[in-house]
Design a protein around this ligand. Structure first.
Ligand code: NAD
Ligand code: SER
Length: 315
Protein backbone atom coordinates (compact mmCIF):
# COMPACT_ATOMS: atom_id res chain seq x y z
CA UNK A 1 0.00 0.00 0.00
CA UNK A 2 1.32 3.45 -0.88
CA UNK A 3 2.17 5.94 1.92
CA UNK A 4 1.37 9.37 0.48
CA UNK A 5 2.12 12.98 1.42
CA UNK A 6 0.07 15.69 -0.30
CA UNK A 7 1.80 19.09 -0.27
CA UNK A 8 -0.52 22.07 -0.90
CA UNK A 9 -3.62 19.98 -0.11
CA UNK A 10 -5.82 22.98 0.73
CA UNK A 11 -6.55 24.14 -2.82
CA UNK A 12 -8.91 23.34 -5.67
CA UNK A 13 -7.20 20.05 -6.52
CA UNK A 14 -5.88 19.04 -3.08
CA UNK A 15 -9.25 19.25 -1.34
CA UNK A 16 -10.61 16.60 -3.74
CA UNK A 17 -7.40 14.59 -4.19
CA UNK A 18 -7.21 14.06 -0.42
CA UNK A 19 -10.60 12.33 -0.44
CA UNK A 20 -9.84 10.29 -3.58
CA UNK A 21 -6.48 9.03 -2.34
CA UNK A 22 -7.86 8.21 1.11
CA UNK A 23 -10.74 6.27 -0.48
CA UNK A 24 -8.21 4.21 -2.47
CA UNK A 25 -5.23 3.83 -0.11
CA UNK A 26 -6.85 4.28 3.32
CA UNK A 27 -7.19 7.32 5.58
CA UNK A 28 -4.04 6.69 7.62
CA UNK A 29 -1.86 6.17 4.52
CA UNK A 30 -2.53 9.67 3.14
CA UNK A 31 -1.08 12.67 4.99
CA UNK A 32 -2.46 16.02 3.86
CA UNK A 33 -0.50 19.24 4.40
CA UNK A 34 -0.62 22.91 3.53
CA UNK A 35 0.60 26.29 4.67
CA UNK A 36 -2.99 27.21 5.50
CA UNK A 37 -5.05 25.38 8.18
CA UNK A 38 -6.85 22.31 6.81
CA UNK A 39 -10.29 21.95 8.38
CA UNK A 40 -13.27 19.75 7.65
CA UNK A 41 -14.31 16.11 7.40
CA UNK A 42 -12.18 15.26 4.34
CA UNK A 43 -8.97 16.37 6.02
CA UNK A 44 -9.81 15.20 9.53
CA UNK A 45 -10.34 11.59 8.33
CA UNK A 46 -6.54 11.09 8.51
CA UNK A 47 -3.22 12.74 9.43
CA UNK A 48 -2.83 16.50 8.88
CA UNK A 49 0.44 18.46 8.98
CA UNK A 50 1.16 22.17 8.56
CA UNK A 51 3.98 22.30 6.01
CA UNK A 52 5.45 25.33 4.28
CA UNK A 53 6.84 23.56 1.24
CA UNK A 54 9.50 26.24 0.70
CA UNK A 55 11.09 24.83 3.89
CA UNK A 56 12.78 21.55 3.01
CA UNK A 57 13.13 20.32 6.60
CA UNK A 58 9.36 20.46 7.11
CA UNK A 59 8.82 18.15 4.13
CA UNK A 60 11.68 15.85 5.17
CA UNK A 61 10.37 15.51 8.73
CA UNK A 62 6.89 14.52 7.55
CA UNK A 63 8.30 12.03 5.03
CA UNK A 64 10.39 10.44 7.78
CA UNK A 65 7.64 10.52 10.42
CA UNK A 66 5.04 8.81 8.22
CA UNK A 67 7.39 6.60 6.17
CA UNK A 68 6.17 8.26 2.96
CA UNK A 69 6.92 6.71 -0.46
CA UNK A 70 4.92 9.03 -2.76
CA UNK A 71 4.63 12.84 -2.75
CA UNK A 72 1.86 14.72 -4.58
CA UNK A 73 3.28 18.25 -4.84
CA UNK A 74 0.43 20.71 -5.48
CA UNK A 75 1.79 23.91 -3.92
CA UNK A 76 1.94 26.70 -6.50
CA UNK A 77 0.67 30.19 -7.29
CA UNK A 78 -1.69 30.08 -10.28
CA UNK A 79 -1.11 32.05 -13.46
CA UNK A 80 -3.04 35.32 -13.01
CA UNK A 81 -2.03 35.73 -9.33
CA UNK A 82 1.61 34.89 -10.10
CA UNK A 83 1.68 37.57 -12.81
CA UNK A 84 0.87 40.14 -10.08
CA UNK A 85 3.75 38.85 -7.90
CA UNK A 86 6.26 37.00 -10.11
CA UNK A 87 8.83 36.35 -7.37
CA UNK A 88 6.18 34.71 -5.19
CA UNK A 89 5.17 32.57 -8.18
CA UNK A 90 8.76 31.48 -8.69
CA UNK A 91 9.60 30.97 -5.01
CA UNK A 92 6.56 28.81 -4.27
CA UNK A 93 6.42 26.91 -7.57
CA UNK A 94 10.13 26.12 -7.82
CA UNK A 95 10.97 26.18 -4.09
CA UNK A 96 8.33 23.57 -3.39
CA UNK A 97 9.35 21.41 -6.35
CA UNK A 98 13.09 21.43 -5.64
CA UNK A 99 12.44 20.57 -2.00
CA UNK A 100 10.10 17.70 -2.88
CA UNK A 101 12.62 16.34 -5.41
CA UNK A 102 15.51 16.53 -2.96
CA UNK A 103 13.54 14.85 -0.19
CA UNK A 104 12.39 12.22 -2.70
CA UNK A 105 16.00 11.59 -3.73
CA UNK A 106 17.10 11.17 -0.12
CA UNK A 107 14.16 9.04 1.06
CA UNK A 108 13.37 7.09 -2.14
CA UNK A 109 9.94 8.61 -2.90
CA UNK A 110 8.03 8.96 -6.18
CA UNK A 111 6.87 12.51 -7.00
CA UNK A 112 3.84 13.80 -8.91
CA UNK A 113 3.83 17.54 -9.75
CA UNK A 114 1.22 18.95 -12.16
CA UNK A 115 2.40 20.97 -15.13
CA UNK A 116 -0.07 23.00 -17.17
CA UNK A 117 -1.20 24.30 -20.54
CA UNK A 118 0.62 27.36 -19.16
CA UNK A 119 3.91 25.66 -20.02
CA UNK A 120 3.23 26.61 -23.65
CA UNK A 121 3.52 30.05 -25.20
CA UNK A 122 2.65 32.12 -28.25
CA UNK A 123 5.17 30.34 -30.51
CA UNK A 124 3.73 26.88 -29.68
CA UNK A 125 1.44 25.40 -32.38
CA UNK A 126 -2.00 26.48 -31.14
CA UNK A 127 -4.25 23.71 -32.43
CA UNK A 128 -3.85 20.04 -31.56
CA UNK A 129 -0.63 21.07 -29.75
CA UNK A 130 1.78 18.10 -29.94
CA UNK A 131 3.26 16.34 -26.90
CA UNK A 132 6.81 17.37 -27.82
CA UNK A 133 6.89 20.92 -29.16
CA UNK A 134 8.07 24.50 -28.58
CA UNK A 135 7.69 25.62 -24.93
CA UNK A 136 8.57 29.31 -24.64
CA UNK A 137 5.90 30.64 -22.20
CA UNK A 138 5.57 34.38 -21.58
CA UNK A 139 4.25 34.15 -17.99
CA UNK A 140 6.19 33.49 -14.77
CA UNK A 141 3.74 30.64 -14.11
CA UNK A 142 4.73 29.07 -17.44
CA UNK A 143 8.42 29.60 -16.72
CA UNK A 144 8.01 27.68 -13.44
CA UNK A 145 6.12 24.91 -15.22
CA UNK A 146 8.74 24.38 -17.96
CA UNK A 147 11.50 24.53 -15.35
CA UNK A 148 9.55 22.02 -13.27
CA UNK A 149 9.22 19.62 -16.20
CA UNK A 150 12.98 19.82 -16.90
CA UNK A 151 13.97 19.45 -13.24
CA UNK A 152 11.67 16.48 -12.78
CA UNK A 153 13.12 14.74 -15.85
CA UNK A 154 16.62 15.58 -14.57
CA UNK A 155 15.94 13.95 -11.19
CA UNK A 156 14.64 10.86 -12.99
CA UNK A 157 17.57 10.44 -15.41
CA UNK A 158 20.31 11.61 -13.01
CA UNK A 159 19.13 10.10 -9.71
CA UNK A 160 16.42 7.60 -10.67
CA UNK A 161 13.68 9.48 -8.77
CA UNK A 162 10.31 8.23 -10.08
CA UNK A 163 8.91 11.59 -11.23
CA UNK A 164 5.67 11.74 -13.25
CA UNK A 165 3.45 14.61 -14.37
CA UNK A 166 0.58 15.75 -16.55
CA UNK A 167 -0.01 19.12 -18.20
CA UNK A 168 -3.43 19.93 -16.84
CA UNK A 169 -5.79 22.22 -18.73
CA UNK A 170 -8.23 24.43 -16.80
CA UNK A 171 -9.91 22.32 -14.12
CA UNK A 172 -13.61 22.73 -13.38
CA UNK A 173 -14.97 21.62 -10.01
CA UNK A 174 -17.65 22.40 -7.45
CA UNK A 175 -16.04 21.80 -4.04
CA UNK A 176 -13.25 24.40 -3.75
CA UNK A 177 -12.91 27.53 -5.87
CA UNK A 178 -9.72 27.88 -7.94
CA UNK A 179 -6.88 30.00 -6.60
CA UNK A 180 -6.42 32.77 -9.18
CA UNK A 181 -5.88 31.17 -12.57
CA UNK A 182 -6.73 32.28 -16.10
CA UNK A 183 -9.18 29.41 -16.60
CA UNK A 184 -11.13 30.21 -13.38
CA UNK A 185 -13.95 31.81 -15.40
CA UNK A 186 -15.07 28.33 -16.49
CA UNK A 187 -15.79 27.50 -12.84
CA UNK A 188 -17.20 30.90 -11.83
CA UNK A 189 -19.70 30.88 -14.73
CA UNK A 190 -21.52 27.91 -13.16
CA UNK A 191 -21.76 29.66 -9.77
CA UNK A 192 -23.32 32.73 -11.46
CA UNK A 193 -25.78 30.56 -13.40
CA UNK A 194 -26.96 28.75 -10.26
CA UNK A 195 -27.19 31.95 -8.19
CA UNK A 196 -29.28 33.61 -10.94
CA UNK A 197 -26.64 36.30 -11.55
CA UNK A 198 -25.50 37.79 -14.85
CA UNK A 199 -21.97 36.49 -15.56
CA UNK A 200 -19.27 39.05 -16.33
CA UNK A 201 -16.78 37.16 -18.50
CA UNK A 202 -13.11 38.23 -18.12
CA UNK A 203 -12.15 36.77 -21.52
CA UNK A 204 -13.24 37.67 -25.07
CA UNK A 205 -15.53 35.55 -27.22
CA UNK A 206 -13.35 33.24 -29.32
CA UNK A 207 -10.77 32.61 -26.55
CA UNK A 208 -10.41 28.83 -26.74
CA UNK A 209 -8.61 26.80 -24.05
CA UNK A 210 -8.52 23.15 -23.01
CA UNK A 211 -10.58 22.19 -19.94
CA UNK A 212 -11.32 19.13 -17.80
CA UNK A 213 -13.84 18.16 -15.12
CA UNK A 214 -12.28 17.36 -11.73
CA UNK A 215 -13.30 13.65 -11.62
CA UNK A 216 -11.22 13.08 -14.76
CA UNK A 217 -8.30 15.05 -13.30
CA UNK A 218 -8.40 12.92 -10.14
CA UNK A 219 -8.41 9.77 -12.27
CA UNK A 220 -5.38 11.08 -14.22
CA UNK A 221 -3.42 11.73 -11.01
CA UNK A 222 -4.08 8.23 -9.69
CA UNK A 223 -3.62 6.42 -13.02
CA UNK A 224 -0.31 8.03 -13.97
CA UNK A 225 1.21 7.15 -10.58
CA UNK A 226 -0.07 3.58 -10.90
CA UNK A 227 1.08 3.23 -14.53
CA UNK A 228 3.54 0.51 -15.53
CA UNK A 229 6.89 2.42 -15.73
CA UNK A 230 8.12 0.21 -18.59
CA UNK A 231 5.34 1.68 -20.80
CA UNK A 232 6.27 5.32 -20.11
CA UNK A 233 8.25 6.89 -22.95
CA UNK A 234 7.48 10.38 -21.60
CA UNK A 235 7.35 11.36 -17.94
CA UNK A 236 7.40 15.13 -17.35
CA UNK A 237 4.96 15.94 -18.58
CA UNK A 238 2.03 14.41 -20.51
CA UNK A 239 -0.52 16.49 -22.44
CA UNK A 240 -4.00 15.59 -21.14
CA UNK A 241 -7.31 17.16 -22.09
CA UNK A 242 -11.03 16.45 -22.10
CA UNK A 243 -12.60 19.35 -24.02
CA UNK A 244 -11.85 22.71 -25.61
CA UNK A 245 -14.28 25.65 -25.67
CA UNK A 246 -14.54 29.43 -25.68
CA UNK A 247 -16.79 31.49 -23.35
CA UNK A 248 -19.66 31.52 -25.86
CA UNK A 249 -19.71 27.72 -26.09
CA UNK A 250 -19.77 27.13 -22.33
CA UNK A 251 -22.38 29.89 -21.92
CA UNK A 252 -24.65 28.18 -24.46
CA UNK A 253 -24.08 24.78 -22.82
CA UNK A 254 -25.33 26.23 -19.51
CA UNK A 255 -28.18 28.21 -21.12
CA UNK A 256 -29.61 24.94 -22.44
CA UNK A 257 -30.41 24.08 -18.77
CA UNK A 258 -30.77 27.65 -17.39
CA UNK A 259 -32.67 29.49 -20.17
CA UNK A 260 -32.72 32.84 -18.30
CA UNK A 261 -28.91 32.92 -17.89
CA UNK A 262 -27.14 36.06 -19.18
CA UNK A 263 -23.49 36.90 -19.83
CA UNK A 264 -21.60 40.08 -20.75
CA UNK A 265 -17.96 40.41 -21.81
CA UNK A 266 -15.54 42.63 -19.86
CA UNK A 267 -12.07 41.25 -20.73
CA UNK A 268 -9.40 41.65 -18.04
CA UNK A 269 -6.11 42.56 -19.76
CA UNK A 270 -3.80 40.25 -17.74
CA UNK A 271 -6.05 37.20 -18.06
CA UNK A 272 -6.75 37.89 -21.75
CA UNK A 273 -3.04 38.23 -22.56
CA UNK A 274 -2.28 34.97 -20.74
CA UNK A 275 -5.12 33.09 -22.41
CA UNK A 276 -4.08 34.42 -25.83
CA UNK A 277 -0.60 32.93 -25.29
CA UNK A 278 -1.91 29.43 -24.49
CA UNK A 279 -2.98 26.69 -26.93
CA UNK A 280 -6.54 26.27 -28.20
CA UNK A 281 -6.46 22.47 -27.94
CA UNK A 282 -3.93 19.77 -26.98
CA UNK A 283 -3.06 16.45 -28.61
CA UNK A 284 -3.10 13.97 -25.71
CA UNK A 285 -2.47 10.81 -27.76
CA UNK A 286 0.80 9.96 -25.93
CA UNK A 287 -1.01 9.83 -22.56
CA UNK A 288 -3.70 7.66 -24.16
CA UNK A 289 -1.09 5.27 -25.60
CA UNK A 290 1.40 5.13 -22.72
CA UNK A 291 -0.88 4.86 -19.67
CA UNK A 292 -4.44 4.57 -20.95
CA UNK A 293 -5.67 8.14 -20.41
CA UNK A 294 -9.34 8.33 -21.40
CA UNK A 295 -11.55 11.10 -19.95
CA UNK A 296 -15.21 10.43 -19.16
CA UNK A 297 -16.74 13.94 -19.07
CA UNK A 298 -17.51 16.11 -22.11
CA UNK A 299 -18.96 19.63 -21.84
CA UNK A 300 -22.61 18.57 -21.68
CA UNK A 301 -22.09 15.77 -19.15
CA UNK A 302 -19.98 18.08 -16.97
CA UNK A 303 -22.58 20.88 -17.19
CA UNK A 304 -25.40 18.63 -15.99
CA UNK A 305 -23.30 17.47 -13.03
CA UNK A 306 -21.94 20.93 -12.15
CA UNK A 307 -25.42 22.51 -12.12
CA UNK A 308 -26.84 19.64 -10.08
CA UNK A 309 -24.01 19.74 -7.48
CA UNK A 310 -24.02 23.53 -7.19
CA UNK A 311 -27.81 23.68 -6.78
CA UNK A 312 -27.49 21.29 -3.82
CA UNK A 313 -24.61 23.32 -2.40
CA UNK A 314 -25.84 26.89 -2.96
CA UNK A 315 -29.67 26.84 -3.00
P1 NAD B 1 -4.70 26.26 -5.57
O1 NAD B 1 -4.18 27.65 -5.69
O2 NAD B 1 -6.16 26.06 -5.44
O3 NAD B 1 -4.00 25.52 -4.34
C1 NAD B 1 -2.63 25.62 -4.08
C2 NAD B 1 -2.39 25.32 -2.62
O4 NAD B 1 -1.01 25.51 -2.35
C3 NAD B 1 -3.18 26.23 -1.66
O5 NAD B 1 -3.92 25.48 -0.74
C4 NAD B 1 -2.08 27.04 -0.95
O6 NAD B 1 -2.38 27.32 0.40
C5 NAD B 1 -0.92 26.07 -1.07
N1 NAD B 1 0.37 26.74 -0.89
C6 NAD B 1 0.79 27.91 -1.39
N2 NAD B 1 2.03 28.19 -0.95
C7 NAD B 1 2.40 27.14 -0.17
C8 NAD B 1 3.57 26.83 0.59
N3 NAD B 1 4.62 27.67 0.62
N4 NAD B 1 3.59 25.68 1.27
C9 NAD B 1 2.55 24.82 1.25
N5 NAD B 1 1.41 25.08 0.59
C10 NAD B 1 1.34 26.22 -0.12
O7 NAD B 1 -4.12 25.46 -6.81
P2 NAD B 1 -4.70 24.13 -7.48
O8 NAD B 1 -5.65 24.54 -8.52
O9 NAD B 1 -5.10 23.18 -6.46
O10 NAD B 1 -3.38 23.65 -8.27
C11 NAD B 1 -2.52 22.66 -7.74
C12 NAD B 1 -1.44 22.39 -8.78
O11 NAD B 1 -2.05 22.02 -10.03
C13 NAD B 1 -0.55 23.59 -9.10
O12 NAD B 1 0.75 23.14 -9.40
C14 NAD B 1 -1.18 24.15 -10.35
O13 NAD B 1 -0.26 24.86 -11.12
C15 NAD B 1 -1.59 22.88 -11.05
N6 NAD B 1 -2.62 23.10 -12.06
C16 NAD B 1 -3.87 23.50 -11.68
C17 NAD B 1 -4.82 23.73 -12.65
C18 NAD B 1 -6.21 24.15 -12.30
O14 NAD B 1 -7.00 24.50 -13.18
N7 NAD B 1 -6.59 24.17 -11.02
C19 NAD B 1 -4.50 23.54 -14.00
C20 NAD B 1 -3.20 23.16 -14.33
C21 NAD B 1 -2.27 22.92 -13.35
N1 SER C 1 -5.91 26.81 -14.27
C1 SER C 1 -4.54 27.16 -14.36
C2 SER C 1 -4.39 28.64 -14.48
O1 SER C 1 -5.21 29.23 -15.15
C3 SER C 1 -3.91 26.51 -15.56
O2 SER C 1 -2.70 26.00 -15.22
O3 SER C 1 -3.48 29.19 -13.94
Amino acid sequence: MKRILIVGAGGQIGSELTRTLRDIYGNDNVVCSDLRPLKGEIYERGPIERIDSTQIMQIAEAVKKYNIDTIYNLAAILSATAELNPMLGWNVGIGSLVNCLEVARLFGCAVFTPSSIGSFGPTTPRDNTPQDTIQRPTTIYGVTKVTGELLSDYYYTRFGVDTRSVRFPGLISNLTLPGGGTTDYAVEIYYSAVKGEKFVCPLKKGTFMDMMYMPDALKAMVDIMEADPTKLIHRNSFNVTAMSFDPEIIFNAIKKYVPTFEMVYEPEPIKQAIADSWPNSLDDSCARKEWGWNPVYDLDKMTVDMLDCLKKKLL
